[in-house]
Structures are given as structure tokens and as C-alpha cells.
Design a protein around this ligand. Structure first.
Ligand code: NOJ
Length: 521
């Protein structure tokens, strides 16, 4: 760790997202587990990342791959036990790395004992831990809200004669954050994990905490397109990013701040203004509300340069930026922008100002794979057959070697295997994506200008983006060629590193097609 200030390790560190189902299976179930993550830590150490964020590992009926929790303090038996968790936490810390878990506060599983009690009767003490409403005047749902995975966000419960809110699957009832006992229960769960040594949380779906208490209708979005997803056909004015939700985030932060050096990363998809609000006016919200722009934007130098400037300008004073290139919900970067662009994108992610989050497998150049209909797992895909919706293609198991099961499993993998070269083979190939990522991570670790430096745009046109990073007398320039033509180098300097492994770095005047270069002045 290179932090000037140890309490801010998350400013210097690189976060790596592990999707436990697809990382490493040690039991032959075809699904990854905690011992598997521990067995593969050498991969993360060689890569040089600082923090491991693990997607949910709690007990779950797995209707939404673990984002439907039945016990906020336990470990899903498929993944291991509290003992295997403790072994993993110890191994991660022994490498000087931090461990982040997913916290899923917006909804539980419908099998959570809290919900079973809540739906048992209207006067159950836990009734108010979830969001229950009478039918609307026409006998239908109380509002027009649409669930993220499609369909009405309200489910009728015959037994108690009311609707309950679910902003994802019907099996994911929304927790009621206006109830103080519910809040206390989740905060207790956070403390349990902090006491077990967890260094922080990535907090799921925060935009949906405490939606409008009056349940007002959302207005329609006139220019909605199918690929935006069903819920975006309405402007989520009353169901997302509500004032009480921002208060909850500040409360969560106070829970984290009672422990030293803990960090909260927030997942909220919204406008830049909405995302910025999650920092909190006094920087008393999330340390890092995820910046998902790179996941959503086209591969376009001027658009990106403009966004970087807008993002930098929008940051509240003292707030620390962050960048995300991929995650388990969105198309792989090598598929979105193409395999060549993915190399430049790696350089972009690791040379921008702000904490980078790497999505497992992007360092191997993994691509979206085709998943045959009979193997589909994601309810979003299963519930919308033939539409191409769904996230299974990005959740393919890691290809560790070229043996059976690609070294991921000795059993039948829960999703098809990857088509890209294995980590083992890539480690031996200087031109591989893995070797590129290792170099870039180490460059970032070794240059304060990349970790802490200021950012300044040098050049942006239809083909090229160039910028400078400067810290304490050290300047590095980054030039990225987004096109598949040679272009003149847009800034002066001595080349230090190229995304093209075989590149001769003497007398460079041009950027090769799709090349990224780091230069010293
Ligand atoms: C966001 C998570 O990343 C996604 O995988 C999940 O389906 C939803 N939140 C609901 O928890």
C-alpha cells in the first residue's frame, strides 16, 4: 500500500471484483466457493490489486445469484462456512490486501425469516419491516412502478390482502428503511462483519432505499428503448434516489466510521447529479459512489474527454473519484468496445484519476459467451426468453488452464466455459491481456502521479485522447488511439510503456492503430 495516509488506503488502492460462483470451485459442484478464492489468491497477488470485493456469499435461495439473502450474517453452504470465510479473510490480510463484501440492504429474499413473519399477518411485529400497501382505487397495484427485471413492482398477497413492493424479482421484497428496527438490524449485520475483519462493503442498489412514501406514479419516458430495460420506460422520479435514501447512506457511513479504515462503495445508477449526492454534502456518505460512465458510454475520445472534465468538475470539494470498466451486470468491455479497444481501455482505467475497480476476467480479455437457452440461469433472461436480456454471458467461469473444466471445476460448470486463452497460458505470453494488466497495475503502484496526481486534458479529437497526470514534480502523459489507423502522437515525450508488447519505443512519432502509450516529458 502506498497511501500517504493509511486511513485512506482506498484512494491509492485498486479494487478487484470477485464473482464467487465463477471464480474457483473446489468441491465439484460446478459453482465456485470460498476455498476456491483462497486457492487463487496468487493470481490476485501477481496482478497487484489491493482490495478484493466479493459479490454476495450469504445464505440464499439463489433466485438472483445471491442478491436474495435469507441471513445477513451467515455464509451460503454452497460457498463454504464461517470457518472457510475466516480462513479466506486471514489469507487476504496476510497478503496485505483488503476484503470487501457486498451488502444488499434494499431487499431480502422472500424466504428470509423476517419476510415470512412480515407476511404472516398484518399485526405481526415485523409487518412494517417491508413495504406493504393497500390496493389502488381500481383494485390494482398502488402505483405504476415497474420492477427492474420487468413487470409490476407490486405483488398481491392474498392471505393479508395487501400488496408488497419488490423493485427486482417478486422473490426480492423491498425492505422498509423507514422502520428503525429494520435499520438497526442491518447495521448490526454490518458490525458483525466489521468485527470479523471485513474492511468495507460495496452497497447494492442504493438508489432504491426508501422510495417515495406516498408511492406516487412515475411519469413515462418518451424516448425509451427496449435495451434500456423495462424499469427505464418510466422516469424513476418517485421510486429511486429519494431524499430519505440519502439520509440512510449517511447513517450507514456513521456505522462504518466507528471502525478504523473501513470503506463504503455505493452502487447507484443515476444522473451525475444523483451519483454525486451519494458522497454526502459533508463527504459523510459513501467514500466512493461508483462511477459507471465507462460501462455505459460509447468508445469515443471526445465524448470521454468531455465526460472526464464534467465528472471532475462535478465532484464535491475533497471527494475522491473512481472508475469502473465492467461488472457482473453489464456486457464485457472486450465485447462492448472490441478486443483491441479493451487494451487501451485497460490503460485508461489504470491511468485515470481515481480508484479503479477491475471486474474479474477482464484482465484475461474475457468476452460475453453465448449461453444456450437450456443453460440460462439469470431470471432476467429466463423471464424474457428470446430477447437477449440477461447477464449470464458476462458471468462465465474463469479459464485458469486448458484442462477439463478450464481448471475452474472438476464437475459440470454452472455456465458454459470461456473461449479465451487461460490465465496459465497468458502468464507466459508477453503480448497477452494478463501481462498488459500486470504491467499497468505495477506502473500505477510505482508512480504517485498515476495514483494521486492531478488530471489535465491535453488533446481530444475523433481518434485520440491524451491527458497528463502530475504529482509532486512527476508528470506522466497518456495518449490513447481509439482508431485502427496510425495517427500522429498528440503530445511530446519519451515513451515509457505501450499497450503493444512488441513495440520499439525508440523515435516514436506516431501512435499505432489502437495503441495506448504512457510517456514522460
Ligand atoms: C445490483 C446487482 O449488481 C445485481 O446483480 C442484482 O441483480 C441487483 N442489484 C439486485 O440486487
Amino acid at each position: 500500500m502506498h497511501a500517504d495516509d493509511t486511513t485512506e488506503w482506498w484512494k491509492d488502492g485498486i479494487v478487484y471484483q470477485v464473482y464467487p460462483r465463477s471464480f474457483q470451485d473446489t468441491t465439484g459442484t460446478g459453482i465456485g466457493d470460498l476455498d476456491g478464492i483462497r486457492a487463487r489468491l496468487p493470481h490476485l497477488v501477481a496482478l497487484g490489486v489491493d482490495a478484493v470485493w466479493i459479490s454476495p456469499i450469504y445464505p440464499s435461495p439463489m433466485k438472483d445469484a445471491g442478491y436474495d439473502i435469507t441471513d445477513y450474517r451467515g455464509i451460503e453452504p454452497l460457498f463454504g462456512s464461517l470457518e472457510s470465510f475466516a480462513r479466506l479473510a486471514e489469507a487476504i490480510h496476510a497478503q496485505g490486501m483488503k476484503l470487501l463484501l457486498d451488502l444488499v440492504p434494499s431487499h431480502s429474499s422472500d424466504q428470509h425469516p423476517w419476510f415470512l413473519e412480515s407476511r404472516a399477518s398484518r399485526d405481526n411485529p415485523r409487518r412494517d419491516w417491508y413495504v406493504w400497501r393497500d390496493a389502488g382505487p381500481d383494485g390494482g397495484p398502488p402505483s405504476n412502478w415497474i420492477a427492474e427485471f420487468g413487470g409490476a413492482a407490486w405483488e398481491w398477497d392474498d392471505a393479508t390482502g395487501q400488496y408488497y413492493l419488490h423493485l427486482y424479482l417478486t422473490e426480492q421484497p423491498a425492505l422498509n428503511w423507514r422502520n428503525p428496527e429494520l435499520r438497526a438490524a442491518i447495521y448490526d449485520a454490518m458490525r458483525t462483519w466489521f468485527d470479523r475483519g471485513v474492511d468495507g462493503f460495496r452497497v447494492d442498489a442504493v438508489e432504491h432505499l426508501a422510495p417515495d412514501a406516498q408511492g406516487r406514479d412515475n411519469p413515462p419516458v418518451p424516448d425509451w428503448r427496449f435495451e434500456m430495460g423495462p424499469a427505464r420506460s418510466l422516469d424513476r422520479r418517485y421510486s429511486a434516489h429519494q431524499p430519505d435514501g440519502f439520509d440512510v447512506v449517511r447513517e450507514m457511513r456513521r456505522v462504518a466510521d466507528a471502525y478504523p479504515e473501513r470503506v463504503l462503495l455505493g452502487e447507484a445508477y443515476g444522473t451525475l447529479d444523483e451519483v454525486m449526492r451519494y458522497y454526502g454534502e459533508a463527504l459523510d456518505g459513501f467514500h466512493l459512489p461508483f462511477n459507471f460512465h465507462l460501462i455505459e458510454a460509447p468508445w469515443d475520445p471526445v465524448g470521454l474527454a468531455d465526460f472526464i472534465d464534467t465528472y471532475e468538475a462535478a465532484l464535491p470539494p475533497g471527494a475522491w473519484p473512481n472508475w469502473v470498466l465492467g461488472n457482473h451486470d453489464r456486457d464485457r468491455v472486450a465485447t462492448r468496445w472490441g478486443p483491441q479497444a479493451a487494451r487501451c481501455a485497460a490503460m485508461l482505467l489504470l491511468t485515470l484519476r481515481g480508484t479503479p475497480t477491475l471486474w474479474q476476467g477482464d484482465e484475461l480479455g474475457m468476452v460475453n459467451e453465448t449461453v444456450p437457452p437450456e443453460m440460462l440461469q439469470d431470471p432476467w433472461a429466463v423471464n424474457n426468453p428470446g430477447t437477449g436480456l440477461g447477464r449470464d454471458p458476462v458471468r462465465i467461469p474463469m479459464p485458469w488452464d486448458d484442462g477439463p473444466g478450464r481448471g475452474f471445476t472438476t464437475g459440470t460448470p454452472w455456465l458454459p466455459l470461456s473461449s479465451v486463452a487461460s490465465a496459465e497460458a497468458q502468464a507466459e505470453d508477453p503480448g497477452s491481456m494478463l501481462v498488459l494488466y500486470r504491467h499497468l497495475v505495477h506502473l500505477r503502484r510505482n508512480h504517485a502521479a498515476l495514483r494521486r496526481g492531478s488530471y489535465a486534458r491535453l488533446h481530444a479529437d475523433a481518434s485520440v485522447l491524451a491527458y497528463a497526470r502530475e504529482h509532486d514534480g512527476e508528470t506522466l502523459r497518456v495518449a490513447l488511439n481509439f482508431s485502427d489507423r496510425e495517427v500522429p502522437l498528440p503530445c511530446e515525450g519519451t515513451p515509457l510503456f505501450s499497450t503493444i508488447a512488441a513495440r520499439d519505443l525508440k523515435d516514436v512519432t506516431q501512435l499505432l492503430p489502437n495503441e495506448g502509450l504512457i510517456l514522460t516529458p
